[in-house]
Design a protein around this ligand. Structure first.
Ligand code: ATP
Length: 459
C-alpha cells in the first residue's frame, strides 16, 4: 500500500487513552493520513468524524476495503429495473396491502411503472418522465424516484393506497450500509460546496472542501443514473495509483455525490489548448503521455478496460501530474456496451464494429490521445465527419503526425493504430518507449520542467 497524504484508512483497534500528541480512535474509525514522514513508525492523521489530528501507530491502520464490483449495491432496493408487468405481479406475491416496487417500462423506454398491491390486486401506475421531472398524475412532480416514493408513502392522492412495504430486489444490499461498513461513506455536514467547475453528461462537478481538503464533487441527481454510477464508484474503490484520479468517498444525498481529489488544472485537452506551444514544451508533453501510460498500465494489471480514454477524461493536478479519470464506461468484462454512446474518433475499429473491447482497444485510444497531446488539444480527425472517420479508418486511413511531433512519438501512434489488435503494443512496452524518449530529451531531472511544480511533491 502506498501510504501518502490524503489516503483514507480504517483503524484496526481502539486507542482510547492516547498519549500526548496521539489521536484517540475506536476500531473501525476512518482516518485521513496527513503526513507520513515526521515520526518513524507513525503517521500524522485526521479523524474523519471528530476532525481531531494526531499521531497514529502505522501498524494500527489498514487500507479501506474495496467495494464488490457487482450490481448488488442499491440505494433503491425497491427498484427492479426492466421487468414486465406480469413479472412484477408475480414478485408482489403473496399479496399484501401497500407492498410495492418500481420497474422500468419496457413499452415506453425512459418511463417507469409503480406497481402496488391492494386488496389482492396489483395496480400499475405509469410514471411519466417530462421536462426532467417525474409524474403519475400531472399534479405532483418529482425530481427523482426516491422523492416520489417518499411522497406516496405518506399520501395516497392518486395511488390506491399509501406505499407501505418495499418489495426488495433479490440479492441487493443497502448501499448505505455497505459504504459505511467499508469506510467509503462521507459525512455531508463536513462538505462545503464551492463553484461549478464542469458539466458531465449526467451531473455537474463542483469544487469543494471536505475537512480542510480541497475536493471535486460530482453530483448525480437522477437516482436511476446515480444507481448506475455506484458501479463506477465501486470500481474506483479498488484502484490506487498516482496516475488515476483518487476517490475519497461518496455521500448519499439527493442522488449521489462522488467526492474525488481536486485536479485544479482541469482536463488535459483544455489545459493544452489554453496554454499552447509557447508555454508547454515537448518534454512536458512527453511527461503527460507517460503519466497516462502508467495509469493505463496499472488498469491493465487489474484487468480493467477503460473504454473512454481521451484527453477530456484526463485531468491535471496542481503540480501538473496527469491522471486518468472517468471510469464511467469501465467494465470488468467486455460484453456490455451501448453503441450509440461510443466516442467514435477514439474507439478502435474492432470495438466499433464487433464491440470487442480490450486493453488493446484502450491502446488504440491511447494513440489518439497521444495525437491530442502533441497537437496541443486539437480535435482528432479535424474537419472529418464521424461517418467518414469510421469508413476511412476501416479502409486503412490514419491521421498525419501533428506539427512538430517527434518522429518516434508518431511511430508509437501508428503502432497503437494497427488494425490487428494483437499487433499493437501493450502499455508496459509503450511506457518503456516513452521513458526512452524522455531520457533522450531531458538530461536534467525531468520533474523540474513541470509548470508550477516548485518544491511541491508529486502525489
Ligand atoms: P460523465 O459522462 O461521466 O458524466 P464527463 O466525462 O462528461 O462525465 P465529468 O467527469 O463529469 O465529465 O467531468 C466534467 C468536467 O468537470 C471535466 O471535464 C473537468 O473539467 C471537471 N472535473 C471533473 N472531475 C474533476 C476533478 N476531480 N477535479 C477538477 N475538475 C474536475
Amino acid at each position: 500500500m502506498n501510504w501518502a497524504a490524503g489516503v483514507q484508512c480504517v483503524t484496526k483497534c481502539d486507542n482510547r487513552k492516547p498519549k500526548p500528541g496521539e489521536l484517540a480512535y475506536r476500531k473501525g474509525h476512518v482516518l485521513t493520513i496527513i503526513d507520513t514522514s515526521t515520526r518513524k513508525g507513525y503517521y500524522k492523521a485526521r479523524h474523519n468524524t471528530t476532525g481531531e489530528e494526531g499521531f497514529i501507530n502505522s501498524n494500527n491502520v489498514r487500507e479501506r476495503e474495496a467495494l464488490r464490483v457487482d450490481h448488488s449495491l442499491s440505494f433503491m432496493p425497491w427498484f427492479h429495473g426492466k421487468i414486465s408487468g406480469p413479472e412484477a405481479v408475480s414478485k408482489l406475491q403473496p399479496a399484501e396491502d401497500g407492498l410495492f416496487l418500481v420497474r422500468e417500462s419496457i413499452r415506453h423506454p425512459g418511463d417507469y411503472v409503480l406497481c402496488v398491491s391492494f386488496s389482492g390486486e396489483v395496480f400499475h401506475y405509469r410514471v411519466i418522465y417530462q421536462d426532467n421531472k417525474l409524474t403519475i398524475d400531472y399534479k405532483q412532480f418529482f425530481y427523482n424516484l426516491i422523492d416520489m416514493i417518499e411522497f406516496y408513502s405518506k399520501n395516497n392522492d392518486s395511488v390506491v393506497t399509501t406505499l407501505m412495504k418495499p418489495k426488495k430486489k433479490q440479492g441487493t444490499k443497502s448501499a448505505e450500509v455497505e459504504l459505511s461498513k467499508t469506510g467509503w461513506l462521507l459525512d455531508i455536514t463536513k462538505l462545503t460546496l464551492g463553484e461549478n467547475i464542469g458539466e458531465g453528461e449526467y451531473g455537474a462537478v463542483y469544487q469543494g472542501e471536505y475537512m480542510d481538503q480541497k475536493v471535486a464533487v460530482k453530483i448525480i441527481k437522477c437516482d436511476v443514473r446515480a444507481q448506475a454510477f455506484l458501479q463506477e464508484t465501486a470500481v474506483m474503490t479498488k484502484l490506487q495509483h498516482k496516475n488515476l484520479v483518487r476517490l475519497l468517498g461518496v455521500i448519499l444525498h439527493k442522488g449521489l455525490h462522488i467526492v474525488t481529489e481536486l485536479m485544479t488544472k482541469g482536463n488535459l485537452g483544455n489545459f493544452l489548448r489554453t496554454r499552447g506551444r509557447s508555454v508547454i514544451n515537448s518534454v512536458q508533453l512527453l511527461r503527460f503521455a507517460l503519466d497516462v501510460c502508467e495509469g493505463m498500465e496499472y488498469l491493465e494489471s487489474k484487468k480493467l478496460v477503460h473504454r473512454d480514454l481521451a484527453a477530456r477524461n484526463v485531468l491535471v493536478s496542481d503540480n501538473s501530474v496527469a491522471k486518468v479519470s472517468d471510469f464511467g464506461l469501465t467494465k470488468v468484462d467486455s460484453k456490455e456496451s451501448d453503441k450509440a454512446k461510443l466516442p467514435i474518433k477514439w474507439t478502435a475499429p474492432e470495438a466499433l464494429k464487433k464491440e470487442k473491447f480490450s486493453t488493446k482497444s484502450d491502446v488504440w485510444s491511447f494513440g489518439v490521445l497521444l495525437w491530442e497531446i502533441f497537437s496541443y488539444g486539437r480535435q482528432p480527425y479535424p474537419k472529418m465527419s464521424l461517418k467518414d472517420v469510421k469508413e476511412n479508418v476501416e479502409g486503412g486511413y490514419r491521421m498525419d503526425a501533428p506539427d512538430d511531433c517527434p518522429a518516434e512519438v508518431y511511430t508509437l501512434m501508428r503502432l497503437c493504430w494497427e488494425q490487428e489488435p494483437r499487433r499493437r503494443p501493450g502499455f508496459s512496452k509503450l511506457r518503456e518507449k516513452l521513458e526512452q524518449e524522455m531520457v533522450k530529451r531531458s538530461p536534467r531531472p525531468e520533474a523540474k520542467h513541470r509548470e508550477g511544480m516548485g518544491s511541491g511533491s508529486r502525489s
